[in-house]
Design a protein around this ligand. Structure first.
Ligand code: LMR
Length: 310
């Protein structure tokens, strides 16, 4: 049995955590032989339920930040930011004091990218690379769209990229993706043979999927979000091999994106360390989309930072 991990799940009474906790408990994320001590009993799990961040984050190895204030009808952006600054500031400060310095954090609660920046700002003793946000949900959705279009299983599609914000400005990009059909691996654009679909309907469907789920369920996605959060954390702990996955990570300026933005990039993960996939050719179409989502993130970050100073 491996050493016990302390895993924190915020918003643990909510609908996403309802699916997430079960996957963690049954070993889908950290491995079947991994004991987890949490901030409730299943066979791999001891649970501590608390609303005190100093207790919750103590010695944490991994944190799923699911709780946040999502935008509701009639709410101004400023109100949203104000509420989230308050939540993520308090949690960041607690993490800074009591979590392990190598804690791995995924922010799921929206606006996820900017919430992750706030958290990191208030936990300066923890490396910025340890704070990430979830765009795996978008990647899974994009992969599923392509797989359905081509009549193959989702796992036959690889290296779909999500660039930017987990919002309707995100850029789902299949220019570098491949698909295996009847044993033969080919580039996705070559297999789909429909540039107009890939540049329009495909992108829009993925960008709008969260809103479509809310419209249909009157609630935001839950099981798919929990699965994506688990995929993200599992790959972070176990590695990706040669395959790429998309994660919101702190920008180092790669691909001309403003340094310090929590921007979704394609990454490879080895020894629990992610690195941005470099050297991809970016055409004019992609550049425009990547910059548009970066502009939205910049605006969000500046407004959040102003709120932090207020
Ligand atoms: C999703 O992508 O399903 C959610 O992030 C949508 C939302 O705004 O909660």
């Amino acid at each position: 049995m491996a050493e016990t991990l302390k895993v924190v799940v915020t918003g643990a009474a909510g609908q996403i955590a309802y699916s997430l906790l079960f996957s963690v408990a049954k070993g889908d994320v950290f491995g079947k032989d991994q004991n987890c001590c949490k901030s409730c009993p299943l066979f791999l799990l001891d649970i501590v339920a608390t609303d005190d961040p100093m207790v919750a984050f103590k010695d944490a190895d991994a944190a799923f930040m699911v709780g946040a204030m999502p935008r509701r009808e009639g709410m101004e952006r400023k109100d949203l930011l104000k509420a989230n600054v308050k939540i993520f500031k308090a949690q960041g400060q607690a993490m800074d004091q009591v979590s392990k310095k190598n804690v791995k954090v995924i922010v799921v609660g929206n606006p996820a990218n900017t919430n992750a920046c706030i958290l990191s700002k208030y936990a300066p003793s923890i490396p910025k690379a340890n704070f990430t946000c979830m765009t795996r949900l978008d990647q899974n959705r994009a992969q599923a769209q392509i797989a359905a279009k081509l009549g193959v299983g989702n796992d036959q599609v690889s290296n779909v990229i999500i660039w930017g914000n987990h919002s309707s400005t995100q850029f789902p990009d299949v220019a570098h993706a491949s698909v295996t059909i009847q044993g033969k691996t080919v580039p996705v654009p070559e297999a789909v043979k429909d540039d107009s679909y890939l540049k329009n309907e495909f992108i829009k469907t993925v960008q709008q999927r969260g809103a479509a789920v809310i419209k249909a369920r009157k609630l935001s996605s839950a099981m798919s979000a929990a699965k994506a959060a688990c995929d993200h954390m599992r790959d972070w702990f176990c590695g990706t091999g040669d395959k790429w996955v998309s994660m919101g990570v702190i920008s180092d300026g790669s691909y001309g994106i403003r340094e310090g933005l929590m921007y979704s990039y394609p990454v490879r993960i080895q020894d629990k360390t992610w690195s941005i996939v470099q050297g991809l050719t970016i055409n004019e179409f992609a550049r425009e989309k990547m910059d548009a989502t970066a502009a939205e993130l910049s605006e969000e970050l500046d407004a959040a930072m102003a709120e932090c100073e207020a």
